[in-house]
Design a protein. Structure first.
Length: 241
């Protein structure tokens, strides 16, 4: 996946509530050097944007009636450790799921066919993607963006998420109806070797994950490395729980 425009370097100053970040632009280009940016990630951003001074990389935001905050920029990446970039915009994960699954060399399921996105499932949810395989089975795929790291493990979630638990329950029910289901963890950083549930953050999520796998939901992880122009697919990461 490639960005439409080059990212702009900045420095993280503070976060207000969940969706606003104050940053200092490296090159203000005639505008105020300190700007409020839209942060599309509602999580805690532990281990990737949790202290002032962290390098931050922004994308410009086009004028849009759906941009009520009037933000000029959006947070895309951080660099919490020297040389380690982290993709912190979770909305990118859905696009990254397509090459992660379908890439003919590194993809997990290169013979699948993508049918549609944002598929209604259950009474209150939409699942990210619907695929079909070479046997004609339907695969409902839910994508989770992973940014939180401890040691060599990428952990999900970084905040309590009842919505994530509900998605697992709905995937399990879909398997019970005769379809197939996959939970795909997309890790947007290159310094992790495994993916695991964040037990200390949300113990109930591990329990839901165990139940979902027992019900037949496939659980897999894949890693991407972000840089100035986009993301490079590294390959599969084992999921341990």
């Amino acid at each position: 996946m490639r960005y439409d425009l080059p990212l702009l370097p900045a420095t993280f100053l503070m976060r207000e509530k969940r969706f606003s970040v104050l940053a200092r632009l490296s090159d203000s280009s005639g505008i105020s050097p300190e700007v409020w940016c839209h942060c599309p990630n509602p999580g805690r951003l532990t281990s990737c944007l949790d202290r002032p001074g962290i390098p931050l990389f922004l994308s410009p935001v086009s004028p849009n009636p759906k941009n009520p905050g009037g933000f000029l920029f959006r947070t895309e990446q951080s660099e919490p450790l020297p040389g380690i970039r982290v993709g912190i915009n979770p909305n990118r994960a859905n696009a990254l799921a397509l090459p992660a699954l379908l890439d003919p060399e590194k993809g997990l399921c290169p013979k699948w066919r993508h049918e549609s996105s944002e598929v209604a499932l259950g009474e209150r949810s939409r699942i990210d993607h619907l695929f079909s395989d070479e046997q004609g089975s339907r695969w409902f795929v839910e994508v989770k963006s992973v940014t939180y790291r401890e040691g060599e493990a990428a952990l999900f979630p970084d905040a309590v998420s009842e919505r994530a638990v509900r998605h697992l329950e709905e995937l399990s029910r879909q398997v019970g109806r005769g379809d197939r289901a996959l939970l795909l963890f997309v890790v947007g950083r290159g310094d992790c070797r495994v993916v695991a549930p964040a037990d200390r953050v949300h113990p109930a999520y591990r329990e839901a994950l165990v139940r979902a796998r027992a019900a037949g939901v496939d659980v897999r992880g894949v890693a991407f490395v972000p840089d100035d122009v986009g993301f490079t697919l590294v390959g599969e990461l084992p999921v341990v729980f």
